[in-house]
Design a protein around this ligand. Structure first.
Ligand code: AP5
Ligand code: MG
Length: 217
């Protein structure tokens, strides 16, 4: 199964991708996570991407398509879940072209729908583990010991682009450049809309019911 998870910043793409991976054993490819790893490692790609990420604007398509299509091709896994990619119609077209070369296609697009005020509350309260990538929230998804990762005890950190000003810009960019991607996939009849304003376990249950129905079909 090849899945794309779409949704505004803070819709829960990362949270639900991790749960999908744990249940269905797919490969998780997050464009944002890969860019943050490149940036932390100080690579040329990471340095180029940083200025875009810090202001909440999109990294140019050419860079992202090369990075993500390359990651898909390198992987021996044929089943994957994409998180944060594609984010422009051009990226979606390039992804489809690349998959078509090996007679593959995107099977399912899960579109997480969330209100702006929920996004702001979620992102300003998000904390993540710099070692294993686990994601928490100061109110909704607390770690067992405040400020430390349940998995490895590392000190949790706040993402640089989670300030209110940058989050507001990320929402504008989402509306302008990423919402058209939903329509692109709707034309191909592959989209399942999910109400992502609900608590994380309820959203996961909706996602699993839908994916189970496809696995059994
Ligand atoms: P990226 O890392 O993809 O960020 P994003 O899309 O803005 O999304 P987030 O990661 O902030 O949110 P999420 O939906 O994963 O939510 P999460 O599960 O963490 O991209 C960052 C930047 O990289 C971009 O701005 C851009 O510059 C660049 N970039 C990346 N991909 C690109 C591309 N394809 N093209 C160009 N540029 C690209 O949840 C958020 C919080 O809410 C957490 O604390 C979580 O615990 C909590 N939470 C989640 N779900 C629920 C729920 N249902 N109820 C309560 N709390 C919840
Ligand atoms: Mg994410």
């Amino acid at each position: 199964m090849r899945i794309v998870l779409l949704g505004a910043p803070g819709a829960g793409k990362g949270t639900h991708c991790k749960r999908i991976v744990a249940k269905y054993g797919l490969l998780h490819l997050s464009s944002g996570d890969i860019l943050r790893q490149e940036s932390a490692a100080g690579t040329t790609l990471g340095k180029k991407a940083r200025s875009f990420m810090d202001t909440g604007t999109l990294v140019p398509d050419r860079i992202i398509v090369e990075m993500m299509v390359g990651a898909i091709k390198k992987s021996p896994e044929k089943s994957f879940v994409l998180d944060g990619f594609p984010r422009t119609v051009n990226q979606a077209v390039e992804l489809d072209k690349s998959l078509a070369c090996s007679r593959q296609k995107i099977d399912v697009v899960l579109n997480l729908i969330v209100d702006d005020r929920v996004v702001i509350e979620r992102l300003t309260g998000r904390r993540s583990c710099p070692q294993c990538g686990a994601v928490y929230h100061v109110k909704n998804l607390k770690p067992r010991v405040e400020g430390f990762c349940d998995n490895d005890g590392a000190t949790l950190v706040q993402r640089q682009d989670d300030s209110i000003k940058v989050v507001e810009n990320r929402l504008k960019v989402y509306r302008r450049q990423t919402k058209p991607v939903v329509d692109y996939y709707k034309n191909a009849n592959t989209v399942c809309d999910i109400d992502a304003n609900r608590n994380a376990d309820d959203v996961t249950a909706l996602v699993f019911v839908y994916l189970d129905s496809l696995v059994k079909a």
